[in-house]
Structure formats: structure tokens, C-alpha cells
Design a protein around this ligand. Structure first.
Ligand code: KG4
Ligand code: ZN
Length: 323
């Protein structure tokens, strides 16, 4: 490709959002569109309905995003996620790439979350906190990801969603818990989960939050958010100490939470980066940003049409198998 600035479109259909974004190779977002399943009606995600929605909306959202702009490359999530949903976005992208004769780049969803932050330095630690993951990766150089901690049970976002459901807040509950927590009138003593251990486990916290009685939703929300903020801060401090890596990225839907951000930025002497708030939850531009990194390096992923979509796989395994 001989153009000095090219446009890359990114597609994410890993869950219940048909999310598409167009960026240029100078990392400007040109346009983005998203259509989301109304999960409030069901209290959670119904995989079959999500897949039907993607099938219904993909071409419309795609056209709206790229309208009047050239597209020079296309990147799409190939996993992890709801397999019937992932397949739709990824196959759409493969067909488009073949028809238009442009590069296709298969992307691991979590790498998209990471590159939603503007990464300038390696090595870095990446704390991924979303509805499906609480993972801590050490990234020594591009593509070299070591999973150094993960959740033994629920992901952080899942904890927000489950306690939110218990409090009858609606779905997804994370942003609603954050709003309520601001109005707390009492500080219930927060709980740090699995103190002095790198692995995450939130089942104890979940039980404790559910058992709180005679307290307002605002106070329970504050307790939950504060406990998670302090726990994540402690885990990161342990990881920084054991790896001596001081560049830290915190990303994924839960990284939109300002109180959690405030706890993490208290860690002294680190270079911390968060994606902009609007790029924390699943979105199209993050997949295009990750695609750009592959194009810049002309990695083995560029034009790899062979990788089959998957529902579960760590970033470490993804690179070990395909890089
Ligand atoms: O990254 P994401 O959009 O989807 C996954 O890949 O899972 O993350 C969604 C999760 C949900 O569980 C949602 O409740 C949580 O992120 N979340 C938040 C906030 N915004 C979204 N949790 C806490 N505070 C927020 N402001
Ligand atoms: Zn995600």
C-alpha cells in the first residue's frame, strides 16, 4: 500500500453490540457507530438474540460508518466472545476484504481493549477488566503476552452486573452502580478480596454484598465499588513489585469507572494509561487500532483468513498458536 495515510475499519460483534469504527493511520477516529441489544428486557445477554441482531444490523451500521470514506483495510474480532455473534462480524469482514481486495486482520478482542489506550512503551502490564475478563497480562514486546493473573470465578464486570441485578438496577449495572455510589451516605467497611495474592476471586465479595441488609442501594453500591477499587489497586501493586514493570494500562468496560481509576492512580511512581472513557466499553475503533498495529508491523495475522473464530482463548495462546 503506497498511500501515506490509510483508513482502517474495525468490527466488533463479540457480544451484544454491533460496533464498527473507522480510523486513519494517524490514529484519528473518523467515524463510529454502534447498535446494542436492549438487554434490560431480559436482565442479561441472550446469545441467540444477539446473533440475530448482528445479522440484521451489520450491513446498515457498516454503511453508516464508512459512508463517503475510502476503506483500505478491515479488522474484525475473531474471539473470544459469543461464538454465533463473533462469526457474523468476522465472516462479514472476510467477505468484504475479498470483494474489495484489501487486507483483512483477525483481532483478539482483548488486544483491541489494550490498544484502545495509546501505547507508547514496552514492556507494560495490562489489567483487563470487563464483563468477561479480569486478566493481568505482562507484555514484554508487541505480541508477547504472558497471563500472570486471572479470576478464579467471576469477572469484575460480572460482579457489578450480578449485584446490580440483586439491587434491581438494570443491565449492564456497572455505570448504574457508579451513579448510585456517588450518593452514598455511609461508608461500609470495604473488603479486599484475596489479599496478598495475585489471582482474583470475587465470590466472597459477592456473597458479602448480597448479605448486606437494611442498607440503601447507594451504600451497597459504594461498598461494592470501593471494595473492587481497593482490590484492583492491591493486585496491580503486587504485579508491579514482582515484575518491576512500571508502565501500566487499565482497560475494558470497568476501566470507565472514575472511582476505580482514582484508586489506581494513587499507586506511586508508575506510568499509567487508561483509554478515553468512550473507548472502554466494547467499540469498533479499538479493533481498528489493534489492526493498525498489525499492519504497521506486517505481522502474520495480516491476511490470515485461516484462523477460525473461537469463544475462549487467552491472548498468550492466540499468539503462541498463530503468530
Ligand atoms: O468491555 P465491555 O464493554 O464488554 C466485555 O468485553 O465484557 O465491558 C462490559 C462490562 C459490564 O459488566 C459493565 O457493567 C461494566 O463493563 N462497566 C462498568 C462501568 N461501565 C461498564 N463497571 C463499573 N463502572 C462503570 N462505569
Ligand atoms: Zn470487551
Amino acid at each position: 500500500m503506497d498511500k501515506s495515510v490509510i483508513n482502517i475499519v474495525g468490527i466488533d460483534t463479540s457480544c451484544d453490540d454491533t460496533a464498527i469504527g473507522l480510523i486513519d493511520s494517524n490514529k484519528n477516529i473518523i467515524n463510529e457507530c454502534k447498535y446494542s441489544l436492549d438487554c434490560k428486557l431480559y436482565g442479561g445477554i441472550v446469545p441467540e438474540l444477539a446473533a440475530r441482531m448482528h445479522a440484521d444490523k451489520l450491513d446498515e451500521i457498516f454503511k453508516k460508518t464508512v459512508e463517503n470514506h475510502p476503506v483500505d483495510a478491515i479488522a474484525a474480532t475473531v474471539g473470544p466472545g459469543l461464538i454465533s455473534s463473533v462469526v457474523l462480524g468476522s465472516e462479514f469482514a472476510k467477505i468484504y476484504a475479498k470483494i474489495k481486495n484489501i487486507p483483512f486482520i483477525p483481532i483478539h478482542h482483548l488486544e483491541g481493549h489494550i490498544y484502545a489506550a495509546n501505547i507508547e512503551q514496552y514492556p507494560f502490564l495490562a489489567l483487563l477488566i470487563s464483563g468477561g475478563h479480569s486478566d493481568l497480562y505482562l507484555c514484554e514486546e508487541f505480541g508477547k503476552y504472558e497471563l500472570i493473573a486471572k479470576s478464579l470465578d467471576d469477572a469484575v464486570g460480572e460482579v457489578f452486573d450480578k449485584i446490580g441485578k440483586h439491587l434491581e438496577l438494570g443491565f449492564p449495572s456497572g455505570p448504574l452502580v457508579e451513579k448510585l455510589a456517588i450518593k452514598h451516605t455511609k461508608c461500609l467497611e470495604p473488603m479486599i478480596s484475596m489479599k496478598n495474592q495475585l489471582a482474583f476471586s470475587f465470590s466472597g465479595l459477592k456473597t458479602k454484598a448480597i448479605r448486606i441488609q437494611n442498607e440503601t442501594k447507594e451504600n451497597v453500591s459504594w461498598f461494592l465499588q470501593e471494595s473492587i477499587g481497593l482490590t484492583l489497586k492491591e493486585k496491580l501493586q503486587l504485579a508491579i513489585k514482582s515484575t518491576n514493570v512500571k508502565n501500566v494500562i487499565v482497560c475494558g468496560g470497568v476501566a470507565a469507572n472514575k472511582s476505580i481509576r482514582n484508586h489506581i492512580i494513587e499507586i506511586p511512581e508508575i506510568n499509567i494509561q487508561f483509554p478515553p472513557i468512550n473507548l472502554c466499553m466494547d467499540n469498533g475503533p479499538m479493533i481498528a487500532f489493534a489492526g493498525l498495529e498489525h499492519l504497521k508491523r506486517n505481522t502474520k495475522f495480516v491476511n490470515n483468513f485461516e484462523i477460525e473464530e473461537f469463544s475462549r482463548m487467552t491472548l498468550t495462546e492466540f499468539y503462541t498458536r498463530f503468530f
